[in-house]
Design a protein around this ligand. Structure first.
Ligand code: BJW
Length: 249
């Protein structure tokens, strides 16, 4: 913890790269947990691909409506709050997240890059027309068809990045620039199995950045970490914030 705090206190530019474990203590399940993970209970090919949506739009739309409802009820946890507070200790701190829940911003982080979109937004399938009108109310256990786009009539879909889809170009460009220039990268709660996001700590390392990882278990990226802080983000991050404050005097 002390070594991590010294690295962060001495870093002008810090890139935070977060994954689903960041929001676990907000009550949002991760994807690859063997028991409770979304992909342990649902088929990613059927639910998180364009082909899956075209095959069964009603099923995919309803699954995302259920998840949107859960995200709407969730609140930032002490880890999100600690990260937002760290901005006042490290002004050059930017968050790049794979999460689609919007909880970093809700906690007060001001500079957040979303690599995999945001589940609270929807857009149309065929042309990506944004839609910000009302959505049908969620009803537990009831499936709904996706509403049509008001511009072109194609079905609405969640504005998230499915497997086989390109990540938003502006988010990728910014994230890779930040990784190349950061002095330290704080990797939180990701299994490191999904590309290209998994490359960020490797990019940072190649350019001389130090990597600090927070995770209750080793991940696919732990081999690239200079410091591994074992534990849940909601516990470790508040301790880290206090340790950085102490290191800065
Ligand atoms: C805690 C904790 C606590 C628990 N505190 N931590 C190169 C090589 C191989 C494959 C590919 C490649 N390039 C592209 C691919 C294909 C594919 C891919 O990566 N596949 C792999 C699975 C093999 N990638 C793509 O398709 C991407 N697109 C792309 O590359 O376009 C170019 C292209 C197109 C066509 C062909 C080739 C290239 C798009 C990826 C989109 C991912 N989408 C999802 C769904 C988003 C929407 C939704 O929410 O439904 O994004 S999948 C899912 O995984 C979600 C997540 O953002 C992502 C990452 O998961 P994450 O965050 O790591 O979660 P988990 O569950 O895996 O891990 C949780 C971690 O938390 C664990 O380590 C726990 O221990 C830890 N933890 N409690 C802290 N309290």
């Amino acid at each position: 913890m002390k070594r991590a705090a010294r690295i962060l206190a001495g870093a002008e530019r810090v890139l935070v790269s977060s994954g689903a474990g960041m929001s676990k203590e907000s009550g949002i399940p991760t994807f690859r947990d063997a028991m409770e993970g979304l992909w342990a209970n649902f088929d990613p090919q059927a639910l998180a691909t364009e082909a899956g949506f075209r095959t069964n739009p009603r099923r995919v739309w309803s699954w995302y409506a259920w998840r949107r409802e859960r995200v709407g009820d969730a609140r930032p946890n002490p880890g999100h709050v600690a990260l937002a507070e760290m901005e006042s200790l490290i002004p050059g701190l930017v968050v790049v997240t794979q999460n689609v829940d919007g909880l970093h911003r809700e906690a007060g982080s001001t500079d957040v890059v979303e690599l995999h979109g945001n589940i609270r937004r929807v857009k149309c399938l065929d042309h990506g027309h944004a839609y910000d009108g009302p959505l049908p109310p969620f009803a537990e256990g009831e499936e709904q068809d996706p509403p049509p786009c008001l511009v072109c009539g194609s079905p609405l879909r969640p504005d998230v990045v499915w497997f086989g889809e390109m990540l938003p170009a502006d988010a990728v460009e910014r994230a890779w620039n930040l990784a190349e220039r950061c002095h330290a990268l704080l990797l939180i709660g990701t299994s490191g199995t999904v590309w290209p996001a998994a490359e960020l700590p490797l990019v940072a390392r190649r350019h001389g950045g130090l990597v600090i990882e927070i995770n209750p278990e080793p991940s696919e990226l732990t081999h690239a970490a200079d410091v591994f802080l074992e534990g849940p983000a909601g516990v470790v991050l508040p301790e880290l914030r206090d340790a950085v404050r102490a290191a800065l005097g």
